[in-house]
Write a protein that binds this ligand. Structure first.
Ligand code: GLU
Length: 469
């Protein structure tokens, strides 16, 4: 692609580079949030093909426009917060957002009217009931913005200036929307609308919103905007306030997946919203947005393949909100590791070693800091503790952390050399003995894996000693 730019005329190059300068700079510096994007994309393809084999589920037919879809349709698109994109399958076929519009509608309302005002009319709790139930909470408000009653009230709050096209799909939605009309009248009876609101107009607007067409590709950019705190990663434009995005993601997390919301929060641990068209809008906060689409639905109305894909995604990558990013080595972390974090760890480790601060060293070991990190003189924490004569710290680094004692600094000295040079006899003894055991008990290939692995007993002792660190 770059070759094409370079072989083009100078003005073409400037044209291309000009609008994409941030993207190109990041590409050259390998500073994307997912640096190895090619590998990541091929894992996504694999998950896509795994889900494709699922043949169960039923295409929704209560709205005629939905019934026409082929059950084999299946697409996944993703867009990262820094604009890298990948698509696989039927990602250019238009489909209606249906309930996936609810988080977007809610986010717009918060953006325009603020949290306090919007939540005068709608709650924040999961309902535990079907999305189109005629039901209100104890305060006679819709349970939350992700169920129909909530979304209908919110559409009455939004001051609609734009005239949305009265499309075919919208008619289809309206003609089969008896339940939503019933909800509308119920809401009116219970005085859920703001004063002066026109219930029928609110319903019309709700139907129009549900009928908005997207593709997986465009939907993934919407999801990525939510992942990126409200700034569209493609245009760089702030579309939603950070507050609107945070509220929206919180409610998607607890209420976004119909009667599967609790289980989805448990197993997948990410904010998502599904719609009866078979769409699943998934957000991995601060990393990427995903739009999955496949019309066959499970019993509660979620896309069969969409759910399968989301579950597999978090079983491979540590994207679940409560995955521990440091200790859970079984999953892959495709995120960029910031270079400054390593530098910070080296400095903190060296200071702890210099002052013989054993409890700080324990804390680092428990946080899976590589205890063999070296500074710019190639000196390790063991060099520093040995040179300073901190016996307890030396014992901890050797006995518990089992760091390599043979490493040499830029002057060719090992930790033992340092201890001898500065006359710390007791440290010399410990290191000599350790060097002997170390070369006998650990094979070279084991060294790196054992270097900062603490055995279960060490961990238990440390935790008892220090409580949770
Ligand atoms: N148009 C749908 C309705 O209100 C939206 C349903 C959905 O996707 O959950 O009935």
């Amino acid at each position: 692609m770059l070759g094409q730019y370079l072989s083009g005329r100078h003005s073409d190059i400037c044209g291309c580079v000009g609008s994409n300068i941030v993207l190109l700079t990041q590409a050259f510096q390998k500073r994307f949030i997912i640096p190895d994007f090619i590998n990541f994309a091929s894992s996504i393809d694999q998950l896509y093909y795994n889900a494709q084999t699922l043949q169960e589920g039923k295409v929704s037919d209560y709205i005629p426009q939905l019934a026409k879809f082929n059950p084999d349709l299946w697409g996944v698109s993703l867009c990262t917060v820094d604009g890298q994109r990948h698509s696989v399958g039927d990602t250019q076929v238009p489909f209606c957002l249906q309930s996936c519009v609810k988080p977007l509608e809610y986010a717009l309302a918060i953006n325009e009217l603020g949290t306090e005002h919007v939540h005068k009319y709608v709650g924040k709790e999961p309902s535990g009931l079907k999305f189109n139930k005629l039901s209100l909470n104890e305060d006679d408000k819709p349970h939350n913005p992700m169920v129909n009653a909530g979304a209908i009230v919110i559409s009455s709050l939004l001051k609609v200036r734009r005239q949305l096209a009265l499309s075919h799909r919208f008619q289809s939605e309206k003609e089969t929307g008896n339940r939503n009309f019933a909800i509308g009248y119920y809401l009116k009876e219970k005085k859920c609308f703001p004063s002066g609101a026109d219930m029928i107009a609110a319903l019309d607007f709700y139907f129009q919103l549900c009928s908005i067409e997207v593709t997986c590709q465009s939907g993934s950019v919407m999801a990525a905007t939510l992942a990126n705190g409200g700034i569209c990663p493609i245009t760089g434009e702030r579309v939603l306030s950070a507050e609107a995005v945070r509220n929206t993601l919180s409610l998607m997390h607890s209420c976004g997946m119909y009667d599967f919301s609790g289980q989805f929060a448990f197993h997948v641990g990410l904010p998502a919203k599904s719609g009866v068209s078979g769409a699943v809008l998934l957000v991995v906060p601060n990393i990427m947005g995903v739009m999955c689409w496949s019309p066959p639905l499970d019993r509660v109305g979620n896309s069969m393949r969409g759910i399968h894909f989301c579950q597999e995604l978090v079983s491979v990558f540590n994207f679940h909100n409560y995955d521990n990013l440091r200790h859970f080595a079984k999953k892959l972390d495709p995120r960029r590791q910031a270079g400054h974090e390593r530098n910070k760890a080296v400095i903190e480790l060296m200071f702890a070693a210099y002052s013989g601060d054993v409890s700080a060293l324990r804390r680092f070991a428990l946080s899976a800091v590589d205890m063999e990190l070296r500074d710019y003189d190639f000196r390790s924490a063991l060099h520093v503790t040995a040179a300073e004569g901190h016996l307890e710290a030396v014992k901890f680094l050797t006995g518990t952390c089992r760091v390599n004692p043979h490493v040499k600094d830029r002057w060719g000295n090992t930790p033992l050399d340092d201890a001898m040079q500065f006359g710390h006899e007791n440290v010399v003894e410990v290191l000599k003995e350790y060097q002997r055991i170390y070369s006998h008990t650990l094979m070279p290939q084991e060294i790196s894996s054992q270097a900062h692995a603490l055995d279960a007993e060490d961990l238990r002792n440390m935790e008892t000693l220090e409580g949770f660190v």
